[in-house]
Ligand binder design. Structure first.
Ligand SMILES: [Zn+2]
Length: 103
């Protein structure tokens, strides 16, 4: 049973693509960097080099995003420590930093 955050991440990504008032909520440059990092991480998970994310994250780029959002909120400190650039990209994409909220 997937967690709600995971499903909300899928919804957010779709919302970003639908042309309405929230269209392109994600800053374009940051989204470009995400699109570069995601396939790299997927390959890394498939090769067993990255064990931070569960294997399901390597299904495709959409699932990688949804799983990364889960870990971003549920395991923020370890995420930041192990995958700093990816963490910071998510801070920019989502316009929030869970570690700041906790402070
Ligand atoms: Zn999913």
């Amino acid at each position: 049973m997937p967690v709600g955050l995971h499903e909300m991440a899928h919804a957010l990504e779709l919302e970003n693509m639908i042309e309405n008032e929230e269209y392109q909520f994600f800053p374009t440059q940051v989204q470009q960097r995400w699109k570069q990092l995601a396939p790299y991480y997927i390959e890394s998970i498939k090769r067993g080099e990255t064990d931070f994310f569960r294997e399901y994250a390597a299904t495709n780029v959409r699932e990688f995003f949804a799983v990364a959002v889960e870990y971003f909120f549920e395991n923020s400190a370890e995420f930041q420590r192990q995958h700093l650039e990816l963490y910071e990209v998510l801070v920019s994409l989502l316009n929030q930093n869970p570690l700041r909220l906790a402070a």
